[in-house]
Design a protein around this ligand. Structure first.
Ligand code: GLY
Length: 381
């Protein structure tokens, strides 16, 4: 542990957070099998590492197939992430992403190519399903790196990216539910923690004709606005490595807000001689520790990917030493892939707020699967 001894960490959190602190179960066993393996074959086959939504949407499968076919590593991981961006059922990335507070979907992404150390990024991009491809176009067609807002949107149009309305009917209804229950006008009356507030949400969800089967999930979106994202890192059998991170950002964000995902060094960093680091979750906390770059830097210093991702999370915790109880209000995950194929993923909390299952990440090294993430703290049940 870096700045904070393990005892201080556990004591500080136990005092303030009111959670069961289990730094130890997963986190204190460096080299444990789960969530941090070294390929037995020394990296002689491709490895793709992604956030859990990469498994459900087919991103890891596509990226692995493209790597195995000999495609460039950046093209391969982007092709994987395009599956998530195109999938309207993932409401945290691309088409169907939840909009900002004005009902406008604004997308962020960045890409980084390890063999050349080149990169590109877009922020607050509108009307285009695939910000990862636009970020790659910025890298390929300009001498600059990061385009935002109207400039990014115009750039995508100029380069022939199809212009589409990104707001699906489902995302629009969830946004209306948020607006009707969270607007300033409506902030009198029962609070978020009151059963009455939940009843109000349910009644409004019915009025907005959100289908019954989708209502529970929609309400959870309001109570815990998602910061979901996809990060996808891939290394081929020659040890060439690239990465991409893509998101619609925190749901119902203030227009123009850009999080960590398109920031090279935060949402993603790749060093072709060391490895790659990516992140999902509350971007503001990641920006404060430059997580993507820090993960890679720790691996450069000789740390295993597992130690690297856990140490970055410990830095996030350290930033909250004055008010540790606030840690329970967000989650943040880091992913690390070394050029020899060793990988790990870790998250602040063992499971997402309001859910019972552990948070998982996706990996494909010939077998496409989900694994439980390492974590620092366990939520009270
Ligand atoms: N990590 C996604 C965001 O904060 O926008």
């Amino acid at each position: 542990m870096s700045k904070l001894s393990r005892r201080e960490f556990a004591a500080g959190l136990a005092a303030g957070v009111g959670t069961t602190v289990v730094l130890g179960a997963e986190a204190a066993r460096p080299g444990a099998a789960a969530a941090g393996r070294t390929q037995p074959n020394g990296g002689k086959r491709p490895v793709v590492l992604a956030s859990g939504n990469g498994f459900r949407t087919g991103a890891t499968q596509t990226a692995y197939e493209r790597l195995a076919a000999g495609d460039d590593t950046l093209d391969a991981v982007i092709a994987g992430v395009n599956r998530t961006e195109d999938d309207p059922t993932d409401d945290t990335v691309g088409y169907g992403g939840l909009p900002n507070e004005q009902g406008v979907v604004q997308l962020d992404a960045c890409v980084m190519h390890g063999p050349s150390n080149r990169c590109g990024a877009v922020g607050a991009l509108e009307n285009c399903k695939n910000p990862s491809l636009v970020a790659k176009a910025v890298m390929d067609h300009t001498d600059e790196i990061f385009f935002v807002g109207a400039g990014a949107t115009q750039f995508a149009k100029d380069y022939g990216f199809p212009q589409v309305d990104l707001l699906t009917d489902h995302a629009r209804r969830v946004w209306l539910l948020w607006r009707e229950t969270r607007s300033l006008k409506d902030s009198w009356g029962p609070g978020l923690d009151s059963p009455e507030f939940r009843k109000k949400l349910e009644a409004r969800a019915r009025r907005l004709r959100i289908p019954e089967a989708e209502r529970e999930r929609a309400i959870n979106r309001i109570l815990n606005p998602p910061t979901g994202t996809i990060t996808c890192l891939g290394v081929n059998a020659r040890g060439e490595i690239s990465g991409v991170t893509s998101t619609s950002g925190i749901a119902f964000k203030i227009p123009g807000r850009v999080g960590d995902s398109p920031l090279i060094g935060a949402g993603l960093f790749v060093d072709g001689e060391v490895g790659a680091g990516g992140s999902t979750g509350r971007g503001e906390e990641n920006i404060r520790v430059a997580g993507g770059h820090t993960v890679v830097e720790l691996m450069r210093q000789g740390k295993h990917p597992r130690e690297a991702v856990l140490e970055v999370l410990q830095r996030v915790v350290h930033n909250f030493r004055a008010f540790p109880d606030r840690l329970k209000l967000f989650d943040l995950s880091f992913y690390a892939l070394r050029v020899d194929g060793a990988y790990a993923a870790a998250t602040l909390w063992d499971r997402p707020a309001g859910e019972t299952q552990p948070r998982q990440f996706a990996v494909h090294d010939g077998v496409n699967r989900l694994e439980n993430m390492a974590y620092l703290m366990r939520r009270e049940s």
